[in-house]
Design a protein around this ligand. Sequence first.
Ligand code: IFM
Length: 467
Amino acid sequence: MTINIDRTRHPGAAAPSQRGFLWGASTSSYQIEGAAHVDGRADSIWDVYARPPGRVKNNDSGEVACDHYHRYPEDVALMRELGLNAYRFSIAWPRVLPQGRGAPNEKGLAFYDRLIDTLLAAGIEPWICLYHWDLPQALDDLGGWQNRDIAGWFADYAALIAKRYGDRVKHFATFNEPCVFTLFGYGFGWHAPGVADRAALHKAIHHVNLSHGKAIDVLRASVPGARLGAVHNRQPCYPCTKSPADAAAALRFAEYWNDAFPLPQHFACYPPTLAEAVAPYVQPGDMAQIARPLDWFGLNHYSPHYIKADSNLIGASFGAPPDDVPRTAIGWPIVPDAFRDTLLDIHKRFQLPIYVTENGTAADDTLDAAGGVQDDSRIAYLKAYTEAMAQAMAAGADVRGYFVWSLLDNFEWGSGYSQRFGIIYVDFATQRRIPKASARWYADMIAAQRATKGRSVRTNRVEAAEG
Ligand code: IFM
């Protein structure tokens, strides 16, 4: 695979990291940090949601997770060994602002200082995501995303983060997969805070959009040279059958999944079904406040969806893919062409540099007799998907970076630790990290790409510094 990057199409968007293709990894705070009640961190909605038995597989929680809070130097060293030049992580809002607003927690803020400085010293560019689903419980007690005031709370949180880290971090995302945490958390009740209510879902969708726009303004005003975006999970939504009911359900589902956030954020409008549903919560000026100029589009992509009609509150739900579609160990369809097509579609619609901010697969990883993990199915998946990305780029998609999901095996929400997505195996009993065969494959592929381009991370950084 050779990746050709046409840098002439977005000259205005050239920023240091964009001078060389980024090969990175993504994680999120609640999924890896642990230390849930250490150094002043307060409960997030996930701590509270996971507490009653029966909600999360094996009654797991993120209380300890990968203990990344204490083991981040080892994790950064591993990233460096793999040759990564970027790392996307999220800030735990309840670690830096335990009550969600008001007094900041210096010890929590200092953790991210240490992490950022360690990354920079390793030549790895830090990418911050402000929100990857761990809302402070104190704010949920006030209505959480259902309360319009959250847009102000989120903007104040963004201001704190911008002021503290904006000297060293330039790439910020407001939200990770807003479609997932709103639909699963307020529509289906499968994720924290476990609400399943039509009005709650639509309020949450609009207030997340409003929070995004306000935070973008704050970040833009406070971080010189900021490169701002949001991270969306996006893929084709195919009807499960040829029935008109499933066809209509697939269209409706796609409005919630693919368009509920990118459309307002880029074009100041909601898709048709949603426009009606959110109308009671939209106030004059909101849409202009939401649609602020952005610098890049973050894509998380794993599989296409196969959708069927349902009597749930959006009239649509996940169905089974056709029998002949290959699937991962956890049943997700493997369709690299859908990834290629999604990248091209995003390129056409949004006309921005694209970063693939998550892509990867869970597998049935086990330690072999030699103490290694031979995760051939993950290697095959990553190979096919990075090839599909290269095809999209050859056809014109302006993709500037790829972050594998995930660096480490971690807390996979409702599935607990039963699904391993890492390229690095975590033995949760001992916290030992063991790079899987896929980590070696990823490192070799990155090295080969750089050799093909005659570039190295160092070269890119020198060029970048020279502007
Ligand atoms: O683990 C999640 C992540 O938090 C968001 N994107 C999908 C991943 C795999 O399910």
